[in-house]
Structures are given as C-alpha cells and as structure tokens.
Design a protein around this ligand. Structure first.
Ligand code: PEP
Length: 244
C-alpha cells in the first residue's frame, strides 16, 4: 500500500433526479479514510445539502464566458460548489469529438480556476488488441503536458479508463489495470518525481461492489471512477469502503 489517500468518484453521467440527489445527501456517509466525490449532471451540482463528500462536474467549457450556447463555465461550477471536474471522459472524446488538445486546454483552464481535474485517459479495444496501449495513453498524457507543463501533475487526479471496460460489465483484471497505472506513474515521474509519487490514479470501467476490493489492492490503483454503480447509495458506499 502507499501513503496516497484513496479517492473514489461517482460519475452519474446523464442520470439522476432531485430524488437521487436527496438520497445521496441523506444516506452517503463520509469516510475519513477516503476522498469521496459525486459528479452529477450540472443542474444538480448546487442541490446537494451536506458535506460528507465533495462535488464535481462531468465537463466544463474551456472558455470563461460569452457566446457558447449550451456550455457551462468554470466560475459557474465553482459557484455551484464544485472542487473537481471530470475532463476527457471517453464519452466526451468519442461522442462530442473532444481531441487531446481540447482536453488539455480544459485541464489548463480548470487548474487556473482552482479546480482539480479528474483527467480521464484510456484506450479503445482495437488499441488494446494491437498491443499499443502504452503509446496511446502516452499520447493522451503528452498533450496535457505540452499545454500545461509539469505542474498539472500535482494539481490533478488521473483516471485510467479502458474504453472496452466502460459500461460493458467487462472489467480490466487487476493485473491489466496495475500494469497501465504503473506506466502512467512512470510517465508522470518524468515531469515531476514527487508529484507522480503522490498523484492519485483511479481505475474506471465496470467497477462494482463485488470487484472493487481486488482492484484497489493493487499498489498503483488509488481508487476508482465509478459509473453505473455510483447510482445506488448502497453499492457506492461499499465501493468507498473497499478503498479505505
Ligand atoms: C465511467 O463512466 O467513468 C465508468 C467507469 O462507467 P462504468 O463504471 O459504468 O463502467
């Protein structure tokens, strides 16, 4: 184990309701041993009523204000109570054409605004099958380093999410995930040795109450980014406990 504090974030995606906000506000207990973050759709950010956990957005504009219909800015999500923002989720990269460069600019803007990015990286199935995972993940990280410089490492949380494991019920094995997490930490160490030793690297992709513990037991897996299983308070609580 490491001295890094475990970190578990729930990505509700485009799910939820006032009722679910209320259920999490009243039932999700804080856990001193784990940093817990809930990332609901933007309209719910300001509706959480207590502080047992932190709040994050699922995306944000790279721009400060102005003619960007449908977008939400960093100052807005900060006012709504966010400390974190998920950036570069594979669903944003694939369905909304967010390039490595766009994601990198968002990371830079988020850090400048005082928020902590939860930077998502990870390969599609064909990249895994062709044995190019490290090159693919390295290119995603390099784009961020190019835009932001080394300082992003100490101001971010990283989430490794192999796309073939997201929402599919097909989890990466703990060994498969650990291999990539160790690679990511090594790449980050080339920018900042001490920040790389302390940055939390989360695994995401079909984590559930049953498989969380063995994933989080790996030395470079510091917690998880949880999609489907973050919609049920009981399951999410179990996953948070598995990280502690
Ligand atoms: C995610 O959306 O980041 C995710 C990991 O989803 P799931 O847990 O449902 O695979």
């Amino acid at each position: 184990s490491s001295q890094r504090k475990p970190f578990v974030a729930g990505n509700w995606k485009m799910n939820g309701s006032d009722e679910l906000v209320e259920a999490f506000s009243s039932k999700l207990a804080s856990n001193q041993a784990v940093d817990i973050v809930i990332c609901p759709p933007a309209v719910y950010l300001s509706k959480f009523s207590q502080a047992a956990f932190a709040i994050g957005a699922q995306n944000v504009s790279e721009f400060a204000s102005g003619a960007h219909t449908g977008e939400v800015s960093l100052s807005m999500i900060a006012e709504a109570g966010c400390k974190y923002v998920i950036l570069g989720h594979s669903e944003r990269r694939e369905a909304y054409y967010e390039s490595n460069e766009v994601v990198a600019r968002k990371v830079k803007a988020a850090i400048a605004a005082g928020l902590t990015p939860i930077l998502c990286i990870g390969e599609p199935l064909e990249v895994r099958e062709s044995g190019q995972v490290f090159d693919f993940v390295k290119a995603q990280l390099d784009a961020v380093a190019h835009e932001c410089g080394a300082h992003y490492v100490k101001n971010s949380v990283i989430a490794y999410e192999p796309i073939w494991a997201i929402g599919t019920g097909k989890t990466a094995s703990p060994e498969q995930a650990q291999e990539v997490h160790a690679f990511i930490r090594k790449e980050l160490a080339a920018l900042d040795v001490s920040a790389a030793a302390s940055v939390r690297i989360l695994y995401g992709g079909s984590v559930n109450a049953a498989n969380a513990k063995e994933l989080f037991a790996k030395i470079d897996i510091d917690g998880g980014l949880i999609g489907g299983a973050s919609l049920k308070v009981e399951d999410f609580t179990t996953i948070c406990q598995a990280a502690s």
